[in-house]
Design a protein around this ligand. Structure first.
Ligand SMILES: [Zn+2]
Ligand SMILES: [Zn+2]
Length: 426
């Protein structure tokens, strides 16, 4: 353990409310870890930002008649307020659409380009002649070519977690029509070049979860494909080339760079040398298992591509999904509990205690069960912990006027108790 740490959690997509699933897999484990490190005397900072760009946000803001900028400003504030109500204590919460991040992303792209990791290629892209626009990512739905799950977005299969090379039976997600194919020039990141160095990094890093490493290594063995980092849409970080007018970066090119740009902004505002701090700190990226591909391959490859100017993560704690009464959470099927709504009924500490208590150190799923929640809060949090604190405080008040007295005798029994407490925290 180093004396400094930067902790990030997967950036909340500025496109809908935070629910219990988000909290369980990412934000609460990161918050608890940060608090623990701070108590141990580590100079630790918990950094996060809203993920503001991309097609789903553009699509939804169009539907609501807002500008994308107005739309993400609302969700940035709402997310932050909900997190705060749940006791998630960020040192800094910013946004991927910040001028600092846009500048940083463009600089990284230029460095990758200069190092020969970028190439341009004319590709065939889905185009909807009804809507008169190119249809990247979520503008197209279809069947996943790997696991054959239906109704999956073309940029991520939510069923198997992979990024489809080409989706089967494509449909325009705005009007449902079968799209046509048109030519456009796109920029690609040579992920293929990084297979060996990624494999070596995974092997050498003992702190990464073994269960995740194993299947990421299998992906590498089965062959990586280069990443199309371009989108023909108006909402994103502009690609800084004269030949790329009107094109922006794919959200997964810019969003994880905000871990760095946001940390640097926060540190420099405090008068600390950001890069120096980053490179001498333990770096934690907390994620849910649905974005393993992006964090174990894409993110490290991009850092390797700029000569590890900002060091790679030491830890990528990867958590499973929360199920609700044994069933998968689904916003579209209205099977979820919004964080804000939950906190209207119960104190944040109930939620925090229960989710921490059931969270395993693995990517196995965890289940929220109302009966178990009631029992554990009543018997453990209130019955055991609450009672213990209440009795100790009550006794102190009654017997010592509310002031803890100096120790008179420190015998073997006291030492044994002290040792047991100390060993719990290491
Ligand atoms: Zn799939
Ligand atoms: Zn259409």
């Amino acid at each position: 353990m180093r004396s400094k740490a930067i902790i990030t959690s997967a950036l909340p997509y500025a496109n809908g409310e935070i629910h219990l699933g988000h909290i369980a897999s990412t934000y609460l484990p990161a918050d608890v870890t940060t608090r623990f490190l701070k108590l141990r005397g580590v100079e630790a900072y918990y950094i996060c930002a809203s993920d503001d760009f991309g097609t789903p946000i553009l699509l939804q803001s169009e539907k609501e008649g807002k500008t994308p900028s107005e739309y993400v400003t609302y969700w940035n504030k709402r997310d932050y307020d909900d997190f705060t109500a749940a006791g998630i204590d960020f040192d800094f919460f910013y946004k991927t659409s910040s001028s600092e991040n846009i500048q940083f992303v463009q600089d990284v792209f230029k460095k990758l380009d200069a190092a020969g990791h970028i190439y341009e290629k004319e590709i065939i892209q889905f185009y909807c002649s009804n809507d008169k626009k190119f249809l990247p990512d979520r503008y197209v739905k279809g069947i996943c070519p790997y696991c054959k799950a239906a109704d999956q977005y073309s940029d991520l299969c939510e069923s198997c977690g992979r990024v489809p090379e080409e989706i089967f039976d494509p449909r325009c997600s705005i009007c449902g029509a079968t799209p046509t194919k048109e030519k456009t020039t796109h920029y690609f990141f040579k992920l293929k070049n990084f297979g060996d160095s990624l494999s070596k990094w995974l092997d050498e890093n003992e702190n990464l979860q073994k269960d995740v490493k194993k299947y990421v290594q299998n992906w590498i063995k089965s062959g990586l494909i280069d990443w199309d980092i371009t989108r023909d849409i108006v909402w994103g970080v502009p690609i800084p080339l004269d030949t790329a007018k009107g094109k922006v970066f794919y959200g997964w090119f810019d969003n994880h760079l905000a871990y760095i740009s946001t940390a640097i902004k926060f540190l420099e505002d405090k008068g600390i040398n950001g890069k120096e701090f980053w490179n001498s700190a333990d770096i934690y990226h907390f994620i849910g298992k649905d974005i393993v591909y992006h964090h174990y391959l894409f993110l490290p490859a991009m850092r390797l591509g700029i000569n590890s100017e900002y060091k790679l993560p030491d830890y990528i704690p990867t958590r499973g999904h929360l199920t609700l009464q044994g069933k998968k959470i689904s916003k579209s099927r209205n099977w979820y509990i919004g964080l804000k709504q939950f906190l209207e009924y119960y104190p944040a500490d109930y939620l925090r205690y229960y989710l921490v208590a059931i969270n395993p150190y693995s990517q196995d799923d965890l289940n929220f069960d109302w009966n178990e929640f009631t029992n554990r809060i009543n018997s453990e949090l209130i019955g055991n912990v609450g009672n213990f604190v209440n009795r100790a405080l009550g006794f102190t008040k009654k017997a010592f006027d509310g002031v803890i007295p100096e120790t008179e005798v420190h015998d073997d029994k006291d030492k044994e108790a002290e040792n047991r407490i100390k060993n719990l925290s290491t």
